[in-house]
Ligand binder design. Structure first.
Ligand code: URC
Length: 317
C-alpha cells in the first residue's frame, strides 16, 4: 500500500491588486455576470508537497532536503506578483509548476485556493452611481474555489487533476417547495410538507474537458463561480422542488446544458430548513414565523456527467 507522505502550508493569504481582468465570459440567460475587474484578487491558498526524498526527514530527522513551509509561503506570495493571468485556477497551476521546476526532489504538488470575495459598491459619480474602483467590501458570502494537482512525469511537469468549485452558497426559498411521499414506518415522525421554506447550503464542483478553459485563456471557455451561483438561484426560483435531491439534479442539468465545456458537476447539499413556529399570523395574508432548525441536518451528495443530459432511458444510473 502506498504510504501517505506530504507536507505544506495552509492559510496562505494572498492579496494581489490590479491582476488581469477576467473578460470574454460566455453569456448565459440566468446571469448578469460579465467578468471580474480583479482590481483586488484575494485567495486563501493551501499547498501540499510530495516526494520520496522527504522520507528521511520523517524517519531520520534529516532536514537537508526540507524546504521550510515558511519558504513555501514566501514562494506563493512572490509568484503572485509574477502571475500574468486572470483566474485562481491559472495562478495555482502556475505556482505549482514553478515549485516543481525549482525543487527537483518534489514530485507532486496538490494546491487549492478559496477566492476572497471583495464586492464592488456604487458611489456617486458624475450624477449617477458607479462601482468604486478604490473601495471594496469584504464579503462573507459564498466563495469560488479551485484545486490543482501537478506531477513530475519523466522529463515533464504535467497538470494531472483540476477541479473548480463554488463553496458555501446559502439559499433560502420562502415558499414553493414540498417534501412528501417518503417512506412511512414506525420511525417516521416528520410531517409531510406541501409548502416548506427551503433553506439549502450548497457546494458545487465542476471539471472541464480542456484545462485551457479552466485557466481562463480561451474566449467563452471559463465558467465563473458567479454564473454557477446564478444558475442555482434561477433554477431554485423558477421551479417547485419536491426534494433537495431533485432540485440539485435540475441545477446540475442546467449547468451542463449551459456549459458544454464541462465534463462533470458534483454537488454536496445540506438541508437547513427552518422550523415553523407560527403557521399563520393574524391580519397577515401569508406571513409565518420561523426559527433555526435543531441539529442534526440532512445532506445529499450527487455527481452528474454529460450522459445525464441524454434523453430518458439512455442513462439513469
Ligand atoms: O429534500 C429533502 N430530502 C430528504 O431526503 C429529506 N429528509 C428529510 O427529513 N427532509 C428531507 N428533505
Amino acid at each position: 500500500m502506498k504510504r501517505t507522505m506530504s507536507y505544506g502550508k495552509a492559510d496562505v493569504w494572498v492579496y494581489r491588486t490590479y491582476a488581469k481582468p477576467l473578460t470574454g465570459i460566455r453569456f448565459i440567460p440566468e446571469s448578469t455576470f460579465t467578468g471580474r475587474r480583479n482590481i483586488l484578487f484575494g485567495m486563501n491558498v493551501k499547498v501540499a508537497v510530495e516526494g520520496d526524498a522527504f522520507f528521511s526527514s520523517f524517519k531520520e530527522g534529516d532536514n537537508t532536503l526540507v524546504v521550510a513551509t515558511d519558504s513555501m509561503k514566501n514562494f506563493i506570495l512572490k509568484h503572485a506578483g509574477d502571475y500574468q493571468g486572470a483566474t485562481q485556477e491559472g495562478f495555482l497551476e502556475f505556482v505549482s509548476h514553478r515549485l516543481l521546476e525549482t525543487y527537483s526532489h518534489m514530485t507532486t504538488i496538490n494546491i487549492s485556493g478559496e477566492q476572497i470575495p471583495f464586492e464592488e459598491l456604487p458611489v456617486p459619480t458624475n450624477g449617477s452611481f458607479e462601482p468604486s474602483p478604490l473601495v471594496f467590501r469584504y464579503s462573507l458570502n459564498e466563495q469560488a474555489g479551485a484545486s490543482i494537482e501537478v506531477k513530475r512525469e519523466k522529463d515533464e511537469i504535467a497538470t494531472t487533476n483540476h477541479v473548480s468549485s463554488l463553496k458555501g452558497l446559502k439559499l433560502i426559498k420562502v415558499k414553493g417547495s414540498s417534501f412528501f411521499g417518503y417512506v412511512k414506518d414506525e420511525y417516521t415522525t416528520l410531517p409531510e410538507s406541501f409548502d416548506r421554506p427551503l433553506f439549502i447550503f450548497l457546494n458545487i464542483d465542476w471539471r472541464y474537458n480542456n484545462l485551457e478553459d479552466a485557466r481562463g485563456n480561451t474566449p467563452d471557455g471559463y465558467v465563473a463561480a458567479e454564473q454557477v451561483r446564478d444558475i442555482a438561484c434561477t433554477v431554485f426560483h423558477e421551479q417547485k422542488s419536491p426534494s433537495i435531491q431533485n432540485l440539485i439534479y435540475r441545477i446540475g442539468t442546467r449547468i451542463l446544458e449551459r456549459f458544454p465545456q464541462l465534463l462533470e458537476v458534483v454537488f454536496e447539499s445540506n438541508n437547513r430548513t427552518w422550523e415553523t413556529i407560527l403557521d399563520e399570523i393574524p391580519a397577515s395574508q401569508e406571513g409565518k414565523v420561523f426559527t433555526e432548525p435543531r441539529p442534526p441536518y440532512g445532506f445529499q451528495c450527487f455527481s452528474m456527467t454529460r450522459d445525464d443530459l441524454k434523453s430518458d432511458g439512455e442513462s439513469n444510473k
